[in-house]
Design a binder for this molecule. Structure first.
Ligand code: BEZ
Length: 221
């Protein structure tokens, strides 16, 4: 068996890094990534290949949640290393089998330049295809979350929405979200906010379990 031990040519991206900009051919035409995102949040996620079963269901779930992403001001872009014509034929299948209308772009990264820039090819998993990488990018173009799943496990896009909700609460209200939090449950006051300030900032009240563990009702509910 051959393993890839040689020094990595491509740096993996870390949280807080600027998401690399690129120009791409996509199923809806050519685009420039940062320009396309504008002031929106973004999700960029990769697929091993077109016309594969798990990917078909993932794109179907994402399409079914398009309104939820739009409500949160999130633009979604999928990516695989197949070409535009292949993507367009595959979209017809996705729409038919998943009962959706895919409205977001699928990037045709045939030269794998974007996949390499985002370290989406893990040679010890596959030398040819991207793994299931997913990046959430803020309006400041910084990476807020990255996850990597193997080709055989479809991602949970309701969980992706939950993370977006958490990130947007942090950005707008200086709160964090506890384990297994879901929309509507109490949130956590971040340690950087002093209790005396939190009492003013969160008029719905505080539940101070410990000086470092302070809950408040979700501020935007
Ligand atoms: C899929 O998308 O169904 C898939 C792709 C590669 C390996 C296993 C499953």
């Amino acid at each position: 068996m051959r393993y890839h031990y040689k020094k990595q040519k491509y740096m993996s991206l870390r949280l807080g890094d600027i998401a690399p900009d690129f120009k791409a051919k996509t199923s809806i035409g050519d685009l420039s990534f940062h320009e396309y995102l504008g002031d929106s949040w973004g999700i960029l996620f990769s697929h091993p290949a077109d016309f594969t079963p798990v990917c078909t269901t993932e794109l179907g779930r994402t399409a079914a949640l398009q309104e939820e992403f739009a409500k949160r001001n999130v633009k979604v872009l999928a990516l695989s290393v197949d070409g535009v014509e292949s993507h367009q034929k595959w979209i017809t299948d996705i729409n038919e089998t998943q009962d959706v209308t895919v409205g977001f772009p699928i990037i045709a990264d045939e030269d794998k330049s974007i996949a390499h820039a985002y370290d989406m090819i893990h040679p010890n998993a596959s030398e040819t295809f991207t793994v299931r990488s997913l990046f959430i990018i803020g309006p400041d173009k910084k990476i807020k979350l990255s996850i990597t799943y193997p080709a055989s496990t479809g991602r949970n896009f309701v969980e992706v929405l939950r993370v977006i909700d958490s990130l947007q609460l942090t950005a707008n209200y200086s709160v964090a979200t506890p384990a297994n939090w879901v929309e509507g449950e109490d949130v956590i006051v971040v340690p950087a906010v002093k209790t005396e300030d939190a009492l003013v900032k969160f008029p719905k009240g505080l539940n101070i379990v410990k000086p470092y563990l302070r809950y408040t009702p979700q501020p935007n509910k």
